[in-house]
Design a protein around this ligand. Structure first.
Ligand SMILES: [Zn+2]
Length: 354
């Protein structure tokens, strides 16, 4: 059982690797042969195998392809950002009547697990952005394989941003450009890559995460325009899934800096716009992958069970525990849905029992 499961009782387990590296999946210094090119003889077949391509899966085309949008947020879930998540996301519906679902790539430090639980029970996806949030390539290059991961979302593409690259499995060689070397070239059968299709900022430069786009928009209109322009790059071409990858810190800031409220208003205006379109679905990354595995046209989308309306899960965290840890150099607070672990959970002690 992994740490997130332990604390909030979720069963799904996903990954946003900070950096993709062959060794992080193959383990240590093991050398593996490069993957062969994806075959055209039909031997790579959904739902378990899918070649990297800009062609929508399942022979679907044009307006019968639902436009998938995944809204994602990185880093800790806290009392500062949870109210925004609740107000922005909890009351929106997809065209089939189901609540929208966002994906939260959480890091452990400073995360409030009773609030993580709240996001999960409202139908949002809890995914992994690491315990340590370490940003050096070498740290991840030396990691061995983790258990149970089925996809990663960490690899930007500029070459295949419009028309966009669809998610693909790593059974065969990817066609994707490698922006952050080294990229894996070995085969990892059945393991999905969800490419991050670059946005283009108003200055013409690419940005994998919307909060990296420059110039940083300072008005509601500029924010809405940035999001809409990049959305239309996909919606009017091959309808590859659009990821709106961001941090809440792009939208929440000091009240004496009105640009934050402006950006939030522009972001919400964009969600309102998406909600007005009959063929746009805001779903989690895992829900999007279920669709790629079983492509279903807009005309039949009401029969697609992974996106169907679901009852809200019960609150299993009515009385969260407020845990406090300290030593001579630091102090950490952690709200948990289980009795406080003896020690602050961390790498190699992810249940905090040691
Ligand atoms: Zn982060």
């Amino acid at each position: 059982m992994n740490f997130v499961n332990f604390l909030i009782g979720v069963t799904s387990f996903c990954l946003l690797l900070l950096l993709t590296h062959s060794a992080s999946l193959s383990g240590g210094d093991e050398v593996r042969a490069p993957a062969p090119q994806c075959p055209t003889d039909g031997s790579c077949q959904l739902p378990t195998c899918h070649c990297a391509s800009t062609t929508p899966p399942g022979g679907l085309f044009g307006p019968n392809v639902p436009q998938i949008v995944y809204l994602t947020f990185d880093d800790a879930v806290t009392i500062v950002n949870h109210p925004f998540y609740a107000s922005a996301l909890f009351n929106r519906k997809n065209p089939n009547g189901a609540s929208i679902s966002a994906t939260f790539f959480i890091t452990h430090e400073y995360s409030n697990y009773s609030l993580v639980h709240d996001l999960y029970r409202k139908g949002h996806e809890i995914a992994l952005h690491s315990i340590t949030h370490t940003t050096t390539t070498q740290y991840w290059a030396n990691m061995n394989e983790s258990g149970g991961l089925t996809w990663e979302c960490s690899r930007p593409t500029y070459t295949y941003r419009k028309p966009g690259l669809w998610p693909y499995t790593n059974d065969f060689r990817s066609i994707q450009d490698c922006q952050i070397a080294p990229c894996p070239d070995e085969a990892f059968p059945g393991f999905w890559t969800v490419p991050m299709l670059d946005f283009i900022g108003d200055d013409g430069f690419p940005c994998a995460m919307v909060d990296e786009c420059t110039p940083v928009p300072k008005t509601q209109q500029d924010t809405f325009s940035l999001l809409l322009r990049n959305f239309n790059d996909l919606y009017t071409t091959n309808r590859a899934p659009m990821g709106v990858f961001t941090h809440s810190a792009w939208l929440i800031g000091p009240v004496d800096r009105p640009e934050f409220a402006e950006r939030m208003a522009g972001y919400l205006q964009f969600l309102d716009h998406l909600g007005s379109l009959p063929d746009v679905y805001m779903v989690s990354v895992s829900q999007a992958l279920e669709w790629v595995k079983n492509p279903t046209g807009v005309a039949d989308i009401d029969t697609f069970q992974p996106w169907a309306p679901k009852p809200e899960a019960t609150n299993n965290c009515v009385f969260p525990r407020n845990c406090r840890y300290d030593n001579s150099t630091w102090e950490r607070f952690m709200s948990a849905c289980v009795p406080c672990p003896l020690n602050y959970p961390w790498v190699y002690n992810n249940l905090g029992v040691n």
